[in-house]
Design a protein around this ligand. Structure first.
Ligand code: IDP
Ligand code: MG
Length: 148
């Protein structure tokens, strides 16, 4: 089973969209194995977005992620990384297709509400960055035979 890190970024929390966005991951059939509210430090934000260091939007992106509480979640399931990326939609909210989180709720490139790991390898690295091992819970849903 694949795991992926999802962040509901500070704009999602500020705009009171946490419930609506989380409901989509839940309804899809993914299993929630980690969840917490974090006000990210600059150090954590720098590590999380290390791949974007040097890009023109990097400083602004760090200010954005550290600007307030963010909801950090780990979701587990079949093809969880790709499934979550599809639910999120394209990076630019203006281009994201309706029906996706960004397509329905975002119009900005930076303030696009969600982060999702882009590969299983990066998911493992990002999960270790945001969660301790004892913060993740392995469990089985009672409807597993129906959802698959
Ligand atoms: P992703 O979140 O869809 O994986 P990435 O290219 O990994 O997109 O970029 C990370 C985050 O940086 C985006 O979610 C968005 O918040 C921000 N970002 C990406 N490109 C731009 C840009 O051109 N201008 C401003 N912010 C950007
Ligand atoms: Mg990315």
């Amino acid at each position: 089973m694949q795991q992926t890190l999802i962040l509901l970024k500070p704009d999602a929390v500020q705009r009171r969209l946490v419930g609506q966005i989380t409901a989509r991951f839940e309804a899809k059939g993914l299993r929630l194995v980690g969840l917490k509210l974090v006000h990210p430090s600059k150090e954590l934000a720098e590590k999380h977005y290390a791949v974007h260091k040097g890009k023109p939007f990097y400083d602004s992106l760090l200010s954005f992620l550290t600007s307030g509480p963010t909801v950090a979640m780990v979701w587990e399931g079949r093809e969880a990384v790709a499934v979550c990326r599809n639910l999120m939609g394209m990076t630019d909210g203006a281009k994201a297709i309706p029906g996706t989180v960004r397509g329905d709720f975002a119009i900005s490139v930076q303030n696009n509400l969600v982060h999702g790991s882009d590969s299983p390898e990066n998911a493992a690295i990002e999960i270790a960055l945001w969660f301790g091992k004892d913060e993740l819970i392995g469990w089985t849903t009672t409807d597993a035979n129906w959802v698959g």
